[in-house]
Design a binder for this molecule. Structure first.
Ligand code: SAH
Length: 220
């Protein structure tokens, strides 16, 4: 079954992905490890078949429940900032969505934990990740803003949904020397923020304007 699924684009997807990677480079993504990972993950498998033809365009696409798969540039840029040029060990992603970003992260980290509040989306992501035989992602249903206390500390935490202030629980679960990237803000006014935990505390760097769906409380 997985052979026929998305077969139309499947045959050409490698070339299409290579073009996407070149576009990402032109857009300013410099981390070669990130570019390589983006070139490996079949983005079209993560979206509805009717949209798979558009999977490699630089846009966010609907995945149901009013949510979106982030654009290739957003995913690449967030992960580039998260890595800061260094290898990642244990990463927490808040907002699995379709699982695409988690799959890219899985190429760059030893272990990826990803939490999603919408059970149906999580179920679909689980199937896709199983189909692609990615072994180092653990998916959890829950409110990601409280993190995963039992697994912490994380050397990387990445939020795929925007919030006015970084959740305290996530700051506490960041390892010393760890990096957290989040879209901070409300509505149209959001900025990507990097928070680094040092021996002295938390150091913040404000980066470019971004646009993400909001982080919401509770589960459904
Ligand atoms: N990383 C995803 C992007 C999904 S969009 C991808 O690659 O497709 C952001 C996701 O965050 C949505 O699926 C939304 O349901 C989820 N989300 C929002 N608030 C959340 C919360 N508090 N805990 C967990 N997931 C949340």
């Amino acid at each position: 079954m997985s052979v026929t699924r998305h077969s139309g684009i499947g045959m050409t997807s490698e070339r299409t992905r290579a073009r996407m990677v070149e576009r990402l480079r032109a857009q300013g993504i410099k981390d070669n490890n990130v570019l390589t990972a983006m070139g490996m993950v079949p983005r079209h498998i993560f979206v509805d078949e009717a949209l798979s033809i558009r999977a490699y365009e630089d846009s966010a696409l609907p995945i149901g429940f009013g949510q979106t798969i982030s654009s290739p540039y957003s995913v690449a840029r967030m992960i580039e900032v998260l890595r800061g040029g260094a290898d990642l060990q244990c990463v927490l992603e808040v907002g699995t969505g379709c699982g695409y970003q988690a799959a890219v992260l899985a190429k760059l980290a030893r272990e990826v934990y990803s939490v999603e509040r919408i059970a149906t989306l999580l179920g679909r992501a689980r199937r896709t990740i199983r189909e692609l035989r990615i072994g180092n992602i653990k998916l959890k249903h829950g409110d990601g803003s409280i993190g995963l206390k039992d697994v912490a500390p994380f050397d990387g935490i990445i939020l795929a949904a925007a919030i006015p202030t970084p959740p305290q629980a996530l700051l506490e679960q960041l390892a010393q020397g760890g990096r957290m990237v989040l879209p901070r803000g409300i509505g149209e006014t959001q900025q990507m923020v990097l928070i680094e935990r040092t021996a002295e505390g938390f150091q913040e760097t404000v980066l470019e304007m971004v646009h993400f769906v909001p982080l919401l409380p509770g589960v459904r």
